[in-house]
Design a protein around this ligand. Structure first.
Ligand SMILES: [Zn+2]
Ligand SMILES: [Zn+2]
Length: 385
């Protein structure tokens, strides 16, 4: 077993390990030009262009305003100066810092640990340099907060940690690791939810790897509708652990079913114009108003025409590709199952499994084939040998 681990060592060196902190761009969806920053707990050392900010001990509210390619920094009383970069480094215990976007106007958010404000592509860029585990707890709240079991929070924290670490190069060209949007993982700042904090702590450092000890692509979605999808049917590249499985745990959950009416005229003109589908042919017409899927299909087919279901899903913004079509008087009724791309772990199925007493380990190996749960510390150990 040990030999197996060591020979597989080379493959785990493909991600930079991460002794502790992540660089997350926050407020990354807005063109920010004025911001209020206020340390509210712990102790902060504030540096502007490499120099300590002298008034920082007295003031605890700072305004940062974009001016050309610089940032003007002010306290409530006076202007401190004009800088390229301002860094708030937490040096106490439990350092928490609040920010509020002024232009454009936004809500107050609070973050753990450190904050770095600079100018990038004509706007202000805010980076939260945050302890990995505290970031993960914030992401678990963003992705699954509110309505589930502690066992599910544990599971979600492992998924989010694995995802974060396998995607640390996602924004490398812009100089940070991840953004705070669903593009990476949704992160609204620190969580105060005690269940999420304790559940994340219970899985500290745990990640999912495949048989070669590579971090997996921990794909998940809301509800698979009863069958998950082979990943190559959505993203072209096959992965051994993202295989289609039958899932009976989600079929009575909130997003198991959906319906959508589309006028027959819109449906036919879409098929004819976009896909050159022969709508005048009566057999083809009938086929287009009476489509079904016993198990998950990949294409809507007619003779030599093959339309990927994911294309239809995207064009009509349907909840899933797992649908059938029935004719109504002037419309076609899409009856669908599930919500999301269907690859990997089904969140509603997994939540139900935790309620039925399954552990997060049982659930991970149910949705991801042939994977192992390992501790980052043991990966570090093999890295150092
Ligand atoms: Zn991103
Ligand atoms: Zn499911």
């Amino acid at each position: 077993m040990r030999t197996f681990f060591i020979t597989a060592l080379a493959s785990i060196l493909t991600f930079p390990v991460i002794a502790g902190t992540m660089d997350i761009r926050v407020l990354s969806d807005i063109n920010l030009s004025s911001l209020i920053v206020s340390p509210i707990s712990g102790q902060y050392a504030i540096m502007a262009d490499g120099q300590p900010v002298s008034d920082s001990a007295k003031a605890n509210i700072f305004q940062l305003i974009l001016e050309g390619d610089s940032i003007v920094m002010k306290t409530l009383e006076k202007k401190i100066g004009k800088f390229a970069k301002v860094i708030f480094t937490g040096v106490g215990k439990n350092n928490i810092i609040k920010i509020k976007s002024v232009v454009p106007a936004g809500r107050i958010r609070s973050y753990d640990d450190h904050l770095e404000v600079s100018v990038y592509a004509a706007y202000m860029k805010v980076i939260n340099k945050v302890d990995l585990e505290r970031y993960i707890a914030g992401v678990v709240e963003g992705e699954a907060g509110g309505v589930t079991t502690n066992e599910y929070y544990k599971l979600q924290s492992i998924l989010c940690r694995t995802y974060a670490l396998s995607n640390v190069r996602r924004h490398e060209l812009e100089g940070h690791q991840l953004c705070d949007l669903v593009h990476c993982q949704y992160y609204r700042g620190r969580t105060t939810d005690a269940d999420i904090i304790s559940s994340t702590a219970a899985t500290k450092g745990m990640v999912i790897v495949d048989g070669s000890l590579n971090l997996i692509t921990a794909a998940f979605h809301s509800n698979c509708g009863g069958q998950t999808v082979n990943c190559e049917d959505v993203w072209a590249i096959p992965l051994s652990y993202l295989r289609s499985i039958k899932d009976t745990f989600c079929i009575r959950q909130p997003h198991a079913k959906w319906k959508r009416n589309i006028s027959t005229e819109d449906w036919m003109s879409y098929l004819a114009l976009k896909h050159k589908y022969p709508v005048e042919d009566s057999l083809s017409f009938n086929n287009a108003v009476s489509f079904g899927q016993a198990g998950r299909a990949v294409y809507f087919k007619d003779k030599d025409i093959k339309i990927p279901l994911k294309t239809i899903r995207g064009d009509f913004q349907l909840k899933s590709t797992y649908f059938s079509i029935e004719q109504r008087t002037d419309s076609v009724l899409f009856r669908g199952r599930g919500y999301g791309h269907g690859v990997g772990l089904c969140q509603e199925g997994a939540m139900n499994m935790t309620k039925l007493g399954y552990s997060f380990k049982d659930i991970l190996v149910y949705y991801y084939k042939g994977v192992h749960l390992v501790d980052l510390a043991s990966l570090e150990f093999f890295r150092e040998e």
